[in-house]
Design a protein. Structure first.
Length: 115
């Protein structure tokens, strides 16, 4: 089993920045893809950014150029640097990691951006 603990959410004004962290513990050997998803009220959960074990990244079009995903494999932690935040970025952000054929989700952290 893999346990995930997220941190770094909060409330900011539009144009501000936040950095999310997600630390994995438990059976952390052989973690592969790590990613961030978000879900706004009334919407489906959507992919924000994902990073492979080798460091390849993919972003949702809506966050390209503003968000940066990174990982520290020694710490089993994935980060999401969010800059130039917009009100439409308001959502609960979840991290997700993959280990072999299993996927694990964090508990979510709220990000609120006011105009």
């Amino acid at each position: 089993q893999v346990q995930l603990v997220e941190s770094g959410g909060g409330s900011v004004q539009a144009g501000g920045s936040l950095r999310l962290s997600c630390a994995a513990s438990g059976s952390t050997s052989s973690l592969s893809a790590m990613g961030w998803y978000r879900q706004a009220p009334g919407n489906q959960r959507e992919l924000v950014a994902i990073i492979s074990l080798g460091g390849s990244t993919n972003y949702a079009d809506s966050v390209k150029g503003r968000f940066t995903i990174s990982r520290d494999n020694a710490k089993n932690t994935v980060y999401l640097e969010m800059n130039n935040l917009k009100p439409e970025d308001t959502a609960v952000y979840y991290c997700k990691v993959t280990r072999f054929w299993s996927h694990y989700w964090g508990q979510g952290t709220q990000v609120t951006v006011s105009s």
